[in-house]
Design a protein around this ligand. Sequence first.
Ligand code: ZN
Ligand code: ZN
Length: 268
Amino acid sequence: MQIKLLGVRGTLPVHGPEFSCFGGATSCVLVRAGGETIILDAGTGLSGRAWERFFPEKHFTLLISHAHVDHLMGFPVFPPLFDPTVTCDIYLKSREGRSAQAQLETLMSPPLWPVTTGSMGAALTFHDVPPFFRVGPVAVETMESRHPGGSTIYKLSLDGVSVVYATDFEPESGAPGDILDFCDFARGCSLLLLDAQYTQEEYAHTRGFGHSTIPRSLALARTSGARQTIFIHHDPKRTDAQLLDLEASVRAQSDSITFGREGKEVFL
Ligand SMILES: [Zn+2]
Ligand SMILES: [Zn+2]
């Protein structure tokens, strides 16, 4: 299984020399496994010319955690979606009584955007998110996150290797997104990609925003027994220097945790 981080910034894309190490693109992770190409979220990491070098596939699957715009901003401009020879399966949980297709068409309709999903060119098939399904040989399990409006946590497994993608997740005791349920869900995974947007000090005024803290995510990584953990959804205010300091303090407590950097690849 090959995992490439294409966007690890939370909430808002940022740019400038102070963000060049960790990157400024919002949520997007490319997974290649079992002959399948799977993209987790369609943030601004999905845009950019880098795609032309490593995306020859004519079929891929897009697993979207939820429809907050930082997770969709790359969708309207992703070049393969304008290729009539491309087919794409899109999974997004129905929310607020609106299907996956209806949620994306909210974004992809005038006056918000001039191109609709039906006129992009690629053949798109929309799916609600069941608790369990398969993408070719890759098993996909899901769990509901604790996040305003809801979000989906995905686990992808193949041949004893698994990656858990848990973004936009404010873990607490009590359903949904219960801490113990999550640790069971992620138990022993090969790689855990985990929201750790806030410091403990920031959490005093960000409680309820739907994101985890660095100390809480450190505890979750340990309790779940994830073999390797990468913290994602970095706060848009956080500079490279600040992220490096925070990463050093976390790694002093657990050397299986790193902070996600745009462009990083992991092979499992
Ligand atoms: Zn987000
Ligand atoms: Zn969100």
